[in-house]
Design a protein around this ligand. Structure first.
Ligand code: NAP
Ligand code: ZN
Length: 349
């Protein structure tokens, strides 16, 4: 029997999110029913609810930074038990057979990954995300949240955390490496913490100096304003690795000029519009411009365990469901320190 669940949805692209009810499937053999406790607001939720990335499926219940407690398990479930603290990130299924799935890179499933929302499941039904009271997910796509991280500060790790951990690990941020993070928002702030914990020398490149004290407190060694043109002359040729978390288009050529010879700029931001780049900015200095998208299930668990071992959580402002629309405006205005997290108890009327 399906379960009727309170949720918040955008009815049409750009419409304010409002209370609604959605159906969750019955708990299947390998499924876990999760009582959602907290859901983070990622800028990707805003992009999709506003159709920034092209036509989405509406009504849309966003939310892919989910933390909660297991409330029931199917008869075939072996990994989780009722009462366990768990999380769900950006995807809830994949083919499990293709080369990418077998390598633990399920987010790039060659048959098409099933995203947590704004996607179709294997039965062709639209998926609905974490802005809701409960969710049913196959156990293989559920993460364990280690003791030692509170559920509210853990929720944003399920997207923001893995999105920064994966490229920082892959591009070997660590001792002796100069790493810059562009944008001190939801992704950027946990990127600063993780890069610092990995032992890198960390610089924040923010539009203004307004967030400087927070940036230093989070673990940055240096903080520069990108609205000051001198920043780009002063820091030319400084970084081994730059990770851009910016949700808008950027002057990529200016940032590529900040890389050392052989340096890499890894972009994780997903702006609505294309970004131009001069090939001369890459060939001079053997530079790399790369992208990165979240991480696979095993790597996400590795990130959660790493954060728990180092005492790393996200910096959050807990809000009620009624405040989602105001929160969207504040995220769009870069006015959040550093992630809004919705208290799931407030989804029910
Ligand atoms: P966010 O909290 O809004 O942070 C983005 C930050 O970028 C802002 O806080 C701001 O930092 C900076 N910024 C915003 N507009 C800017 C502009 N016009 N010029 C320069 N800097 C600007 O968003 P988020 O949740 O961290 O997500 C960031 C982006 O990553 C979004 O596009 C999102 O869709 C994408 N994303 C990608 C992945 C992936 O797997 N690749 C995963 C999650 C999210 P300052 O105030 O410090 O300047
Ligand atoms: Zn996200």
């Amino acid at each position: 029997m399906t379960d009727q669940v309170p949720a918040y949805a955008a009815r049409t692209p750009g419409a304010p999110l409002a209370r609604t009810t959605i159906a969750r499937r019955a708990v299947g053999k390998h499924d876990v029913l999760i009582d959602i406790k907290y859901a983070g607001i990622c800028h990707s939720d805003i992009h999709q609810a506003r159709d920034d990335w092209g036509p989405g499926t509406f009504p849309m219940v966003p939310g892919h930074e989910i933390a909660g407690i297991v409330a029931a398990t199917g008869p075939g479930v072996t990994k989780y038990a009722v009462g366990d603290r768990v999380g769900v990130g950006c995807f809830v299924d994949s083919c499990r057979r293709c080369e990418n799935c077998r390598q633990g890179r399920e987010q790039f499933c060659l048959e098409g990954v099933t995203f947590t929302y704004n996607s179709l499941d294997k039965n062709g039904e639209p998926t609905h995300g974490g802005y809701s009271s409960r969710i049913v997910v196959d156990e293989n796509y559920v993460l364990g949240i280690p003791e030692g991280i509170a559920l509210d500060v853990a929720a944003p790790l399920l997207c923001a955390g893995i999105t920064l951990y994966s490229p920082l690990a892959r591009w070997k941020a660590g001792p002796g490496k100069n790493v810059a993070i562009i944008g001190l928002g939801g992704l950027g702030h946990i990127g600063v913490k993780i890069a610092h914990a990995l032992g890198a020398e960390v610089t924040v490149l923010s539009q203004t100096l307004n967030k400087r004290d927070d940036g230093i407190r989070l673990g940055a060694d240096h903080f520069h304003a990108t609205n000051d043109p001198e920043t780009f002359t002063k820091l030319a040729g400084s970084f081994d690795l730059i990770v851009s978390t910016v949700s808008a288009t950027l002057d990529m050529d200016a940032y590529l000029g900040l890389l050392k010879t052989d340096g890499a700029l890894v972009n994780v931001g997903a702006p609505a519009l294309p970004n131009s780049v001069s090939m001369h900015s890459l060939i001079g200095g053997n530079k790399t411009l790369a992208g990165s998208m979240i991480g696979g299930i095993a790597e996400t668990q590795e990130m959660l365990d790493f954060c728990a071992a180092r005492g790393l959580g996200t910096e959050i402002e807990v809000i009620s469901a009624e405040q989602i629309n105001e929160a969207y405006e504040r995220v769009t205005a870069s006015d959040v320190r550093f992630r809004f997290v919705i208290d799931a108890a407030t989804f029910a009327a």
